[in-house]
Write a protein that binds this ligand. Structure first.
Ligand code: G4P
Length: 190
């Protein structure tokens, strides 16, 4: 998606060989016009999958997920990383280890919101090692629903997540695919 790639080129800051900072439009300040276009793009790419729910994980996945849900006119659910005061029983859970942050999160979704027969589109901002997306897919499968696709804003193609997701048979659509962050420069996959 050229709009997103242009924004990354202009405003992204390469922090290391592995980490790209996009705080000015995704992870802290958010660009609603870009998010609206991202929602349209995912909706177009997954239009034929008869999506019934969009699933993401807090917090940075929520903005693109809600815009996608708006376009597809389906509900949007976000998995929680922290325990909720009111969500205490009948939960689907999955354990997600972050190699980047070196921490483990138990992610949860209420059993009320993903139902057998749902066609679920998973959306997230970054794909690095794929643990968040795979954890979300596990939750969908525990609910006997279908993972109809995984939509990612920024895939770091030099990390193993994308290959892992594809090898598990899921349809992956990434809007910007980064080949390398060498020499403080963002190189996209062609
Ligand atoms: P994985 O899910 O693909 O295995 O990714 P990983 O554990 O490595 O990532 C953990 C967190 O770090 C995620 O955010 C992910 O979005 C973020 N992340 C990974 N690589 C990058 C990067 O290059 N740049 C930025 N800006 N973020 C990256 P999170 O902890 O869920 O945070 P948030 O959604 O609450 O913002």
């Amino acid at each position: 998606m050229e709009l997103l790639k242009g924004k990354i080129k202009k405003e992204g800051i390469v922090l290391s060989e592995n980490v790209l900072k996009v705080d000015s439009f995704i992870n802290h300040q958010m660009d609603p016009i870009l998010m609206k276009e991202i929602g349209k793009e995912f909706a177009n790419r997954f239009r034929n999958e008869n999506i019934t729910k969009v699933l993401t994980i807090e917090s940075s996945g929520i903005a693109p997920a809600i815009m996608t849900g708006l376009e597809l006119e389906v509900p949007v659910i976000f998995a929680r990383k922290r325990k909720s005061l009111t969500l205490t029983s009948d939960l689907y859970t999955s354990t997600v280890y972050s190699y980047t942050k070196k921490e483990t999160n138990e992610i949860t979704v209420s059993q009320k919101y993903i139902l057998e027969g749902d066609n679920v589109l998973i959306i997230d901002d970054f794909l690095a090692n794929g643990q968040a997306a795979i954890g979300l897919a596990e939750i969908v499968e525990k609910a006997k629903a279908k993972v109809s696709g995984i939509g990612i804003l920024i895939e770091k193609s030099f990390q193993p997540g994308a290959e892992d997701i594809i090898s598990k048979g899921y349809r992956l659509e990434s809007l910007a695919r980064i080949k390398s962050l060498h020499n403080e420069d963002v190189q996209f996959v062609d």
